[in-house]
Write a protein that binds this ligand. Structure first.
Ligand code: SF4
Length: 242
């Protein structure tokens, strides 16, 4: 946090805009809007904005069965810090069991197709259940995260026509940590060990100085392949990558 938190010009305005976007979405989609949280730093900021301002936005996350123990530990900290109920959505057991039986626990390293199949079973299908019956969802996507996300809008529509809200789209990494520091937001301790982007344990590593913020995700793959399908490159579609 000490490395990145910095008050930059326009920070307060970006916080105010994020809150306004969330308030409007919560009002227009009352009872049908969910934050699909990856439990990363950006999503913790959004959860804090939602809780602090008592916005009617449900909180949900995916437990892929491959999360870091530190990520799992954050769930109970969120519950105790905010008193929020967290909906945890898991992969369908039969499909996951069949995939692992056929391809093994480390299939993701063998080909991009198998890695995407693993993401499909552990993330995309559970996300579709999380979003079923909902008309809007909130993500922590930021334009600065990667070239594939550089055009992420504040709001858009996904492939099913749901409102997709990216309230931190125009935030910097410094904004995220400035907010976390200002509001004592709980966060994953892996961030302090140079994991700016945290996904499943087998598919995330720490980065070194000068590397892209998402360089530690699926690091063995070509840059262009690095989304799990949760979010299409222009930020407009469904998918569920984190
Ligand atoms: Fe599987 Fe890795 Fe995708 Fe997680 S990030 S669902 S372990 S391929």
């Amino acid at each position: 946090m000490q490395l990145y938190a910095r008050l930059t010009s326009g920070h307060d305005a970006r916080v105010a805009k994020a809150l306004q976007v969330l308030q409007q979405a919560a009002a227009e989609h009352a009872g049908r809007i969910v934050q699909a949280s990856s439990l990363g730093a950006e999503d913790m900021v959004i959860t804090d904005l939602v809780a602090r301002n008592r916005l009617g936005i449900a909180l949900a996350t995916l437990d892929t069965g491959k999360l870091h123990p530190a990520t799992c530990g954050l769930l109970s900290r969120i519950a105790s810090h905010y008193g929020l109920a967290i909906e945890v959505v898991r992969p369908e057991a039969a499909a996951l069991g069949a995939f692992v039986a056929q391809h093994g626990e480390e299939a993701m390293y063998r080909s991009i197709a198998l890695r995407r199949a693993c993401c499909g079973i552990r993330k995309l299908e559970p996300l579709s259940r999380m979003l079923a019956g909902r008309t809007a969802w909130v993500t922590g996507l930021r334009r600065e995260q990667s070239a594939a996300r550089e055009r992420v809008p504040l709001t858009t529509r996904d492939a099913e026509g749901r409102l997709k809200v990216n309230p931190l789209a125009n935030w910097t990494w410094a904004d995220v940590w400035q907010y976390i520091g200002n509001h004592d937001v709980p966060y994953n301790p892996l961030h302090d060990r140079f994991y700016p982007s945290i996904g499943c344990e087998p598919c995330t590593r720490a980065i070194t100085a000068g590397e892209d913020l998402r360089a530690g995700r699926w690091w063995w793959e070509d840059e262009k392949a690095k989304e799990c399908g949760l979010h299409v490159p222009d930020g407009a579609g469904t998918g569920v990558a984190s």
